[in-house]
Structures are given as structure tokens and as C-alpha cells.
Design a protein around this ligand. Sequence first.
Ligand SMILES: [Zn+2]
Length: 348
Amino acid sequence: MFLFVKNLWWVLREKTLTVSSGKRIFISQRNGILVRTPSRSIALDPKRASNCEYTFVSHAHIDHVHTPNGKSKLVASKETAALAKARGYDLESSEEDASGVRLFDAGHILGSKALLIEDSVFYTGDYSSRDRGFLKGSKGIKCDTLIMETTYGDPKYVFRDAPEIVSLVSRIIAESFDKCRPVVLTGYALGKAQMITYLFRGWAPIYLHDAVYKMNEAHIELGVDIPRFESYSENRLERRPWIVVAPSMTGRSAFIKSLREKYNALVVTFTGWAIDPNYKYAMGVDYAFDLSDHCDFNELVELAKYCNPSKIYTVHGYASEFADHLRYLGFDADPLDNKGQSTLSSYV
Ligand SMILES: [Zn+2]
């Protein structure tokens, strides 16, 4: 009885739509996103193992990977499987080809993919349309239905280009080095930290936090052209100045506190949330710059226009607000979960 009521509850929350081919498709947020077509069921970025015919893992950030149970055919890029393995998740049975679905680059981190289901439904996963460093942005594809991430779906989130940020931060590093003051550059251990390493590779010496070293090595093994810098050690840090690339963490963390107390290190962090004027104070860092692996507000609008779907579902971040904006622009758009804005900080 309980199971029946539970299943009925999910069925009632499903979105049903008829795509241009005449097929009826069901979409719901349930352990990730569930898409059911007459031919197959597909779990998109589930948190737990799924029994669907297919399970799609868009990329290797922790909030998008899971431990599979072998009952569902895994679809992921080979880079995602390799990066997930380096983080302790076994996605090695995954394949890039599966009937009825096609992978497209998502431009978010190395190996990140979007999924086109039966030439109708396009799921972006985390997405960036902007070229930066060793990553190419992705412009989207024409589709009937678009399920798009809207992490930064508020007009205040408009990001500067990577070269402008590199120039500003290089000036800060130069001034700091003039005073023999070391610098810590922080960003998410997978993706952002490799981009930071790549963009600032001209400085020396550069040392890596262990978590960043591990992900940098995985990138180098996958053919990304970033230099192989050494991991940091107390001995190496005695001779100043230097740069350490570290995972995103607050100025109150033991690691940052110790580098500040011992070496008077300056701390610079990189994230789209840096647009919020209070962000750097909340994080307790010296500088925060808007280098992001997601689309900014304007790029989300461009993505929707380029895909030109007849229906859009928004997920993550400002899902409700961005759906409102899309409707204002003339699109048929709704947040997938109907609950509006969800927790922001969990989306990387
Ligand atoms: Zn991500």
C-alpha cells in the first residue's frame, strides 16, 4: 500500500509532454532527473543507483556521480569515468554510445557531456558556453524539449572573460611577489583547480595541494596540456614567494590559517559566486574572482534561444526566477520541481 501511494505521488508529479514526433515523454525530478519515453527510461545524474534502462552521468563532480548497482547501462564519457575513478567511483562499465541517445560536449569540466534523448529532449547537465583555457565552450543544439541547468539564472551573474581575470590576478601576484609574499589560489579541486593551474602556469614556483595534485595528474594522463607541478611540502614553502593551488576552502580552514600565520600568504579564490559583494567576506579570503565553469545569466538566455525548444524545464540554482524570465521572453518554461530556488552552494 505504501509503495502504491509513493508511486502514485511520483506519477502525479511527472511532467507529461508530446514532442514533435508525436511521442509522449514523462519527466520528473526523482533521484536526479527521470525521463521515460515509450522506448526506454533514463536516469540523469542520479544520486543513488538506478534501475532505469540507462543511467547518464554528465560529469565527475561529486554531486553528479554515484555508486552503480549493475542493473542499469551506464552512459558517460571516458574522461568522466577516469576522473570518477580517481575520486573513488567505479564507472568503468560506462559507454559513450547507447541506442536512442547522443552525447554532446557541455564545456563545464574535462569530459562533461550533455545528452540528447531520441532526438527530442536535450539535458545540459552543468554547462558552459564560454571558451577558457584548455576547455571549449558549447553552444547547444536545436531540440523539442530543453532541460537546462540555471545555477546562475539571475541577471546579476554576468562574468568577465578569463583573460581579463588572469590579467587582474597576475597584477595582484606581481605586487605580492615584490613584497616576497606568497599567494594561495583556490577553486574546486576538480575542474577549477586545473584551470587555475593552466591559466597561471607561467608563474614560478607553483606547488599543489594534494587533492589538486591528484586531479591534475588525472588530467595530464588524459592528455590535457598542463605542466606537472609538485605537491607542496613545508620544506618547499620555506623559500618565498610561491604560489600554492588549493581546493576551495574558507579562510577559517586549518590549511589556509596555517599558510597565513606562517607565511603571511594572500588568498585568492575563483567562482561565479564572487559576483556577490559579500562572498569574499563570507569565505574569509582576500580576493574573489568570477571565473566560472557555468553559463552566466546572458549565456543561459543565449543557450535557450539557440536550442529554440517548444518546452524548457529549468533545474538548479535560480530555476524559478529564470523560468519566469524565459516566459517573459516568450518561451514555454517551468522549473522542473515547481519549488523554485534550491540550495545554491551544492552546485559545482
Ligand atoms: Zn559540476
